[in-house]
Design a protein around this ligand. Structure first.
Ligand code: PLP
Length: 383
């Protein structure tokens, strides 16, 4: 098995798992007693590690169950707390379905939603954003890094435009944390969401960043219960998950982000495939997630290739939207033809992939594409 789908989820690092295990077996207490205090201290230590990686204060981090939950709490909670007459939200068409679905909810509350244009590489048009921003704009939601094509957005510039216009800025950082240097203290971002299982931590735990902490910001709870996480995410803490998340952040903060190795393996895979096949790179070739490779291969359907190569794990579109048979909304937004969309596949390299795995995956993919492909013209715009 060769796992090349790390945008969907990363394997849990062995050190992370080892760190988590005692919180299932020994330190499971959850109350006002010695075992409970130990548990609470571990959660606060994890919060410190997450905050260190994000360059923010620990009280600005709220633990949740996923990035999806963080996105819902931030976007719907900010709208719930809105006492102004601003009823306009700006986003982009290439956001993750969690954001797009929240926008649908928000629209049903009477808000107007506009989408800023993206170009053929998936980069937003800042001039268009400036034109859309106005005195009625309440919030802008633009992700830092796209999960399908890896394109990086200029979040600092976007945030500065929001500040100028008095709008809140929410950013989904899920694919940016772990390799992109993030300095929330100096970023003009009000709320942000991210997740442990994209950075070699466990699933079922995410975080919401709230500038100045939940007590000092305009965000109302959308979940109600025991008051944990400053009332924004009530419910008994997932202590093993949270300590694992903290450990994963600590490992990255200690310098183990392996960005160069990821990019080297990603570029090697691209070169090997490009030497033998007619492929087109989707997304921005320069400013892109170091692990991301999204390509369209002339003459084969991505799903057919995936189904016939069961020992290599990759995606035919975003893993999070793979429940839907519809073609990728991201690839549609950047103007791919139907044929290019159907023949697209996405790889996400992980820090555990070896060079040998990359050579082997390329060999198997090339062989299979040659067997499956129908005679086609060279793709018009191979890059
Ligand atoms: N946002 C982005 C950009 C993602 O890539 C994902 C998951 O793939 C999510 C949000 C949702 O994350 P989670 O699985 O933690 O809900």
């Amino acid at each position: 098995m060769i796992y090349l789908d790390s945008h969907a989820t990363t394997p849990v690092a062995p050190e992370v798992l080892a760190f988590m295990l005692p919180y299932f077996t020994d330190h499971y207490g959850n109350g006002n007693h010695k075992m409970g205090w130990k548990n609470k201290a571990a959660i606060e230590s994890a919060r410190f590690n997450v905050a260190q990686l994000l360059g923010c204060r620990p009280n600005e981090i709220v633990f949740t169950a996923s990035a999806t939950e963080s996105i819902n709490i931030a976007m719907l909670g900010a709208v719930e707390a809105n006492t102004t007459n601003r009823r306009h939200i700006i986003s982009q068409p290439t956001e993750h379905p969690a954001v797009l679905s929240c926008l649908e909810q928000i629209k049903s509350k009477g808000y107007q939603v506009s989408f800023v244009k993206v170009d053929a590489l998936g980069r937003i048009d800042l001039i268009h954003l400036e034109e859309l921003l106005g005195e009625h704009t309440f919030m802008v939601s633009i992700m830092m890094v796209n999960n399908e094509i890896g394109t990086v957005q200029p979040v600092k510039g976007i945030g500065n435009l929001c500040r100028k216009n008095g709008a809140l800025f929410f950013s989904d950082l899920t694919q940016g944390v772990g390799w992109h240097l993030i300095d929330m203290e100096h970023y003009p971002i009000d709320f942000a969401a991210f997740s442990s299982h994209k950075i070699y931590g466990p699933r079922g735990v995410g975080a919401l960043y709230v500038k100045n902490g939940p007590q000092n910001s305009n965000i109302s709870p959308i979940l109600f219960g025991g008051g944990q996480e400053a009332g924004l995410r009530p419910g008994t803490h997932n202590a093993p998950g949270i300590v694992g998340f903290g450990k994963a952040c600590e490992i990255i903060e200690a310098g183990d982000s392996d960005t160069q190795q990821l990019a080297a393996n990603r570029d090697l895979l691209y070169r090997l495939l490009k030497n033998e096949l007619s492929i087109k790179l989707n997304g921005c070739p320069h400013n892109r997630h170091p692990a991301n490779l999204n390509i369209s291969i002339a003459g084969v359907r991505g799903e057919e290739l995936q189904g016939s190569l069961q020992n290599i794990m990759f995606s035919t579109s975003s893993a999070c939207s793979s429940h839907s048979p519809k073609p990728s909304h991201v690839l549609s937004a950047i103007g791919l033809t139907n044929e290019e969309k159907q023949s697209s596949i996405r790889f996400g390299i992980s820090k555990f992939n070896t060079k040998e795995e990359i050579y082997e995956a390329a060999r198997l993919i090339i062989g299979q594409v040659k067997r499956l492909s129908k005679p086609v013209q060279q793709m018009a715009s191979t890059r």
